[in-house]
Design a protein around this ligand. Structure first.
Ligand SMILES: Cc1cc2nc3c(=O)[nH]c(=O)nc-3n(C[C@H](O)[C@H](O)[C@H](O)COP(=O)(O)OP(=O)(O)OC[C@H]3O[C@@H](n4cnc5c(N)ncnc54)[C@H](O)[C@@H]3O)c2cc1C
Length: 436
């Protein structure tokens, strides 16, 4: 039985810990924060259970997450969500769609028969054509990265109207950056599998996925509020420095953000590997929870609003009524609106600007309301990795250049998302076992 230390308790690290423990290895997990989940973590405040980051799982598009939840007996605990959505036009005209159904976008009255034909034609071409089959495997994505960006491709393949009413609102919600910043292999692979899409949330929020992965690990093997400071070689194994102590291990899974992994591994990795990890881009990100003890809109006919500002840079990408998405996130009779900002305006906005604009956007989206009980800002200096053209190949090369018995995991090897983290965590654990 080998001793493996997992560094980082987000979904990638917790999946790695689960995979290793299930195969009988002695696992110890170190997490810098005071709870697990990373960017899927839950935060309790005044009776609300706020998601600090992630919102939902995506059904058949997340095959490893779903398979492992089944294996752990938690798949049936997931609460389905249809994501009834209003697209809000420049002149506040509203169009109803469902976020769990691309077909519902197809029926938008603003699309002409020609626009719809282009959607069908492109969908069929992707479905029957080549492209990455696994959107979470960096090596597959790298093989189909031809340097084109998502705006360029969408406008050409789908036309401007589909770009503005279908691609942009969806991607603003999911990634919060201009589509010209993103490469195409990941979104193309997801569109290819759109028929498998279903949305769901664990009863206590997405952070619960990480808790489930390590629920059988002995408590003394999980070190919270214990950031790892560095790693050194120790004979054929490694010594991990954390909390003023040294912990010995035969192997390691480093499941932090890419730049943290580079720092922790220090001189154990080559300069080239260090440079690749440090070059992994993370965009700024912000969202605001606007909480009400008394729900001002109990009968609102949709779960969220996605602004559609044709040709405009919109500050807000989405507004979500979280009580609809995840009923246990609000106290009885309450509601909390998540206001998710796009990245470009953030550089010029103070925390106060963001909170003020969030409250005003809430009123515009759902109607006037009394003063909220509280307004909580989540602002990340480094929020999401953005897979620009060339991203996947740059990072995939890192796997082959690591010291023996050390593997990296994290969503950054694909495009951000829980499945990307889970897939990479499982793969890292299996590779460490192979190496040992
Ligand atoms: C606002 C927002 C909304 C999102 N919405 C969705 C969504 O709806 N669906 C979806 O699938 N994904 C979503 N995501 C993405 C998802 O949250 C990430 O893809 C996922 O959390 C990545 O997991 P990870 O384990 O790779 O990294 P992380 O979750 O970042 O975990 C890394 C962990 O490493 C820890 N760490 C860092 N340094 C150290 C150290 N020195 N020692 C020990 N531990 C350390 C961190 O504290 C953290 O817990 C969203 C993200 C954000 C920010």
């Amino acid at each position: 039985m080998a001793k493996v230390i997992v560094i980082g308790g987000g979904p990638a690290g917790c999946t790695a810990a689960y995979t290793l423990a299930r195969r009988g290895h002695d696992v110890e997990l170190f997490e810098a924060a005071d709870s697990l989940g990373g960017r899927t973590r839950q935060l309790r405040r005044d009776g609300f259970n706020l998601g600090t980051g992630a919102l939902f799982l995506m059904g058949g598009i997340y095959p490893r997450t779903m398979a492992l939840l089944k294996e752990m007996g938690h798949y049936r605990d997931l609460v389905p969500w249809t994501g009834v959505t209003e697209l809000a036009d420049n002149d506040d005209q509203r169009y109803r769609v469902r976020f769990d159904s691309l077909l519902s976008f197809f029926k938008l009255p603003v699309l002409s028969p020609e626009d719809r034909w282009r959607l069908v034609k492109t969908g069929l071409k992707l479905f029957f054509g080549g492209g990455a089959k696994n959107p979470f495997a960096g090596d597959e994505l790298a093989a189909f990265d031809e340097g084109e960006n998502l705006e360029q491709w969408s406008r050409e393949a789908l036309g401007d109207q589909n770009y503005e009413y279908v691609m942009r609102p969806i991607m603003d919600f999911l990634y919060a950056v201009p589509l010209s910043w993103l490469s195409t292999p990941f979104p193309k692979a997801i569109i290819q599998q759109a028929h498998k899409l279903a949305l769901s949330v664990p009863p206590e929020g997405i952070g619960q996925v990480s808790d489930w992965f390590v629920e059988r690990l002995p408590k003394e093997k999980i070190h919270l509020s214990c950031p790892v400071e560095g790693v050194e070689r120790d004979g054929r194994g490694y010594r991990v420095k954390a909390g003023g102590e040294n912990f010995a291990a035969d192997g390691l899974v480093v499941a932090t953000e890419a730049f943290v992994a580079a720092k922790i591994l220090g001189e154990l990795i080559t300069q080239d590997t260090n440079a690749r990890l440090m070059a992994t881009p993370y965009t700024e990100y912000a969202h605001v929870a606007v909480a009400y003890e008394q729900n001002p809109w109990p009968d609102y006919p949709a779960d969220m609003v996605l602004p559609v500002g044709i040709g405009e840079t919109r500050d807000v990408g989405s507004l979500v009524l979280h009580g609809r998405r995840s009923p246990n996130s609000v106290p009885k009779g309450g509601e909390v609106v998540g206001v998710y900002f796009n990245t470009p305006p953030l550089a010029k906005m103070s925390d106060e600007d963001i909170k003020r604009e969030a409250v005003s956007a809430v009123h515009q989206a759902f109607g006037e309301a009394p003063r909220p009980s509280f307004v909580h800002l989540f602002r990340y200096e480094k929020g999401l990795t953005i897979a620009k053209p060339g991203h996947y190949a740059m990072l995939d090369a890192v796997h082959g250049a690591l010291p023996p018995g050390i593997c990296l995991a994290g969503d950054y090897f694909s495009q951000a998302g829980v499945e990307a983290a889970v897939y990479s965590g499982e793969r890292a654990a299996l590779n460490v076992m192979k190496a040992l």
